[in-house]
Design a protein around this ligand. Sequence first.
Ligand code: SIN
Length: 512
Amino acid sequence: MRYAICRDTKIENTFEADVVIAGAGLAGLYTALNLDENLRCVIIAKDNIDISSSWLAQGGIAAAINEGDTPELHLEDTVVAGAGLSDIDAATVLVNEGPDDIGNLVKLNVPFDLDEFGELQFTREGGHNKNRVVHAGGDATGRETLKALSHIVSKCKNITFSGQSCLYDIVTGESGVTGVIVKYNDRKFVYIKTENVVIATGGIGQIYKSTTNPSIATGDGIAAAMRAGAKLRNIEFVQFHPTGLWRADSDGNEFLISEAVRGEGGLLVNSKGERFMVGQHELAELAPRDIVARGILKELRDSGEDHAFVDISAKSESFLKTRFPTIYKVCLSQGINIAKDKIPVCPVQHYMMGGIETDIDGRTNIPGLFACGEAANTGVHGANRLASNSMLECLVFGRRAAQFINSSHGKSPPRTAPVLENIPPRQGAQLDYPKHREKIQETMSAHCGALRTTQGLKLALEIISEELSLLESVSDDSLAYLETLNIAAVAKAITEAALNRPESIGSHYLDR
Ligand code: SIN
């Protein structure tokens, strides 16, 4: 399927921009802020500025700035966590350039937490051999960073922010991108003519039954890029965070118990109070995420229980209230006082290492199409992302994409746009989208999660391919349709990629 819009979809307005950025998380905002002031940029966001995975990010941003740390050590931890599959050139760019971007955030008034000497505070998370994670608002790094950046964006005359605007399709001509089709307010379609599109739409959590990602994370950017012919890479590598807050009445939108809680001394224990990560990895509870998530799942399988616990009760209540204000409050609202009670946790979908294949300047295989942040695959994360490298990746590669656009914009002859009337007609009627969405989520959670089998993946591919074929036959231009279609398309790509990797590595684990 080339376009999700229907043959008779009415485009009500046409605008022009030099750059369109889809997504208003950290990658989108930081890319926009690094564009030349003479480039007219439109940021489209499916919801408001406070609805994104970046906004929810708790732990922090990793960078080798602390005394005794070096980019080389950060690189080593990144590559080890990535199970050796990281692209070394890209990861080297990440660790070398990251410290300057953190310095830039400080200049942009991001209120990082400071120690008693007024210096940046550093914490540790899984897979790091050094304390190198800076944080803000205790456990609200994403929210604090985005508040500061969105304030600046709102003052930039060259940047227009358009909320409630969903990327529907990327339009391409013979020589590359010529525009995007956006649905505004699930009501009207607009066409933005542009030769530079940056996909910064974040992750795909909604293809699973339970996720830390927000409801908008339906893989819209990745699916639109696939329809336009963009190459994906490493899409089989899906990260399950070891410690989502377990709730008996879960609705699938999971709250995270940041890895920083373990970084500050929290222990993982079973219902008997026994630590079970000791002996499984030299870093025990602070092993890379895929190892800890599997450690918990195997413990639960052996015990027959449905959750384990993080125990941080050795710390004082006053420390916990300051260091983890959000976690403290949310847990308390669930009747858990983290200073006294063990926190019930289980692994939950959190991140995708793979995505739209890019080079170190955010370029995809389609001229004019860029990607950064979780939607992109720069190669830095390999088979498993090192904790708190995601916000760093948004910064470094978002900035680099902007710099590339700054230096290349207007240097090639204008592209000729295609005639959209050639979209083939589709005959199918509207479907019960929540039902189809649930079927895909159930299938992906059962067969394409943290523990997989070849047989399960084959079954999943069969089910999801059928769902996708059905959806591709439907003529409907509602958002509910688009999201279900996108979920199915990305789920199929993940399952296919997983089947194409016959060996266990990193987050792709075949449980024989
Ligand atoms: C966390 O706070 O544990 C999440 C940080 C991340 O995903 O890197």
